[in-house]
Design a protein around this ligand. Structure first.
Ligand code: BF8
Length: 630
């Protein structure tokens, strides 16, 4: 085996600089230039003190003008803005989940989509008291999908999956009126509460942020994850590669981007079709390479080992390689810049969802009923485009790393059994992991998630924090663009165990795992709360007592704030490297960084100094260990 060497952030940056040189030749724009035009950012917006919810304004709070025209003070304005931000994230994740439920509803023995994990489907059906005895698996799938869809608008009751949480967590939610009702209702209520003339007291607004976040994490996102597993398979460890070097100069390159695996699964399926490969050869290519960007990439990497071309702030780099025949997108985190950028090259920018339509794109409406035909049309379009490449513009950076991905909760439970030799029962147990933690072999765990943000050197915070934490025997579970950052630099290569402290290194060796475990896309953070719940149940502790924290060091999106709310709402302290635009109100800051502990036994910490952010996480983990006497 060749010698292992991590890719440095400097090497990532040098590769980007080289691609920007190509961009300069064709007059391409890039985020690196746009961010310069946008800075310094508006301080009113950045501190959350600008109110635009009615046309008496916009009102901006200053010392001289401490209230909006309606009389709302800065605390009400900041808290309302925070809640709207959260609700938008909750809506976005949950609507993704709804699409997955709709696709599940359309599964059929001879259809485009099938049930690949019937055991998981039957388990959920039993959990929801849906009859399974002697029934066709597709009848069960339809009933489960229908019931799931009603979770969005049911008139009474709370989310079904809340019962998966430990009893203590459920009691906290009940006592503090945090248990989310219908998902859409929580989003609607958030908009209602923040309408002109409704709530202006921070506490109820922040409480609703948590409730809306919980509707996402324990509702929409959890259903998105679970039913994706049912249709496309529950991930198991699988080898892949990461970074732009996974694209192939000789092949037709199709890059899938976005979030919903219904599209990308079909593209992958048909790109492997021998007829398609033969067609690509006819057109002068050696074959077809499908790779991914953002969370769609995580989805197909986890289930198929499809290589990961990169994360959020690399999406323009894909086109700048001059070797991308088609970048095919569904929803979320897609730069509208890809339209005009693709026009500078031969690349086809293919939008597929009515939810995300953009200028300068080819729109091929993707639908579960016509999925196979849509996928074939897109792949053929990419192949036909191969001959339009301009060879003088082609440059694919050579950088790539090996990665083992696919650590669903089920997979983690299974592999860690190898460490303590505890017998895993039918449903699995986290006892081996608990033994590793209580004995101190592993000090704790960090769930590292989220995006890139130009406010931080891309990937620097993810990578530096991960290195620091694993050196301190803290295992990382990672998702979203954070996971891709890890994979790109080599932290998901099993050989990265040598960067760990002695305890974690031993665990990695015995269980044959990398020190940073790829847990999937951002909706898959629901896997993390399930894992935390299982750890709490199996150890007899409350979730908030576990030496486990969440971290989003480079986050940027509304979805990330929704996630933060449900992770905190689940009892897990969460550390952010970017302020969620609330610094204009000390009352809101106090609530988010301390007050929420009274409701859910957890809160946020915001620290922009990345080294200090790491220290604070380690301190919190050690505090929790001390409190337990371990
Ligand atoms: O949902 S981590 S940039 S791709 S928002 Fe987007 Fe952020 Fe990436 Fe996935 Ni999550």
């Amino acid at each position: 085996m060749s010698e292992f060497k991590m890719t440095t952030v400097e090497e990532l940056e040098a590769a980007t600089d080289r691609l920007l040189e190509t961009g300069a030749k064709v007059g391409a724009d890039a985020w690196q230039f746009r961010v310069k035009n946008q800075t310094p950012h508006c301080k009113f917006g950045e501190t959350g003190v600008c109110c635009k919810i009615c046309t008496m304004g916009p009102c901006r709070v200053t010392k001289k003008s401490p209230r909006g025209v309606c009389g709302c003070d800065v605390h009400g304005i900041v808290a309302r803005n925070f809640l709207r931000f959260t609700a938008a994230g909750s809506a976005t994740h949950s609507d993704h989940g709804r699409e997955i439920c709709n696709t599940l509803y359309q599964t059929a023995e001879d259809g485009n989509y099938k049930v690949k994990d019937p055991e998981k489907l039957l388990r959920i059906a039993k959990e929801w008291e849906i009859d399974t005895e002697g029934r066709d698996i597709y009848d069960v799938a339809h009933d489960v999908a229908y019931t799931a869809l009603t979770e969005y608008g049911k008139p009474f009751g709370t989310q079904r999956f809340l019962k998966r949480a430990p009893k203590h967590t459920q009691e906290l939610w009940e006592k503090n009126e945090l248990a989310p009702h219908a998902i859409d209702r929580e989003v609607s209520r958030s908009l209602h509460m923040t309408h002109m003339g409704c709530s202006s007291k921070p506490a109820p607004l922040i409480k609703q942020s948590i409730r809306s976040g919980l509707a996402d994490g324990w509702g929409g996102s959890m259903m998105g994850t679970e039913f994706s597993d049912v249709m496309f398979g529950t991930p198991k460890p699988i080898d892949t590669e990461a970074n732009l070097g996974v694209m192939s100069e000789e092949n037709v390159n199709i890059v899938v981007h976005g979030h919903d695996p219904s599209l990308s699964e079909m593209i992958c399926e048909y790109a492997d079709d021998p007829k398609m490969i033969a067609y690509a050869k006819e057109k002068g290519a050696k074959g077809i390479t499908v790779s991914g960007i953002c969370c769609t990439s995580n989805e197909v990497a986890m289930r198929r080992g499809v290589p990961m071309a990169g994360n959020f702030l690399q999406q323009e780099n894909i086109v700048l390689t001059g070797a991308c025949e088609a970048i095919v997108v569904d929803v979320q985190c897609i730069f509208p810049a890809l339209g005009p950028l693709s026009k500078c090259f031969h690349t086809k920018f293919v939008t597929t969802s009515p939810v995300a339509q953009m200028p300068d794109s080819d729109f091929i409406r993707f639908d579960a009923k016509t999925a196979a035909e849509n996928a074939k049309e897109i792949i053929k379009m990419a192949i036909d485009n191969f001959e339009n490449r301009k060879p003088e513009l082609v440059h694919i950076p050579k950088l790539k790393q090996k990665a083992t991905v696919g650590y669903s909760t089920e997979a983690i439970v299974k592999v860690l059994d190898g460490v303590a030799n505890t017998q895993v029962d039918e449903m699995g147990t986290t006892k081996p992991l608990i033994e590793c933690i209580t004995s101190g072999v592993i000090r704790g765990a960090v769930a590292m998630v989220g995006c890139n943000n130009p406010k931080i050197r891309p990937d620097y915070a993810h990578v530096e924090l991960m290195k620091k934490l694993i050196a301190n025997d803290i295992i990382i579970i990672s998702s979203g663009c954070s996971a891709q950052a890890a994979a790109k630099v080599g932290l998901m290569d099993k050989r990265a165990k040598d960067l760990c402290g002695a305890g974690l290194k031993r665990v990695c060796e015995l269980a044959d795992i990398p020190p940073v475990l790829h847990m999937g896309s951002c909706v898959d953070i629901s896997r993390m709360v399930i894992l935390a719940s299982s750890l709490a149940k199996d150890s007899g502790l409350n979730i908030s007592q576990l030496p486990v924290v969440g971290c989003a060091p480079e986050w940027m999106s509304e979805k990330a704030v929704s996630i933060g709310n449900y992770v905190v709402g689940t009892g897990i302290d969460t550390f952010l490297g970017i302020d969620p635009c609330v610094s204009g109100s000390d009352e809101v800051v106090d609530l988010l960084t301390g007050g929420t502990k009274d409701w859910v036994e957890a809160s946020f910490t915001v620290e922009k100094d990345i080294d200090k952010l790491g220290d604070k996480m380690i301190e919190r983990i050690e505090e929790k260990r001390n409190a337990l006497g371990i």
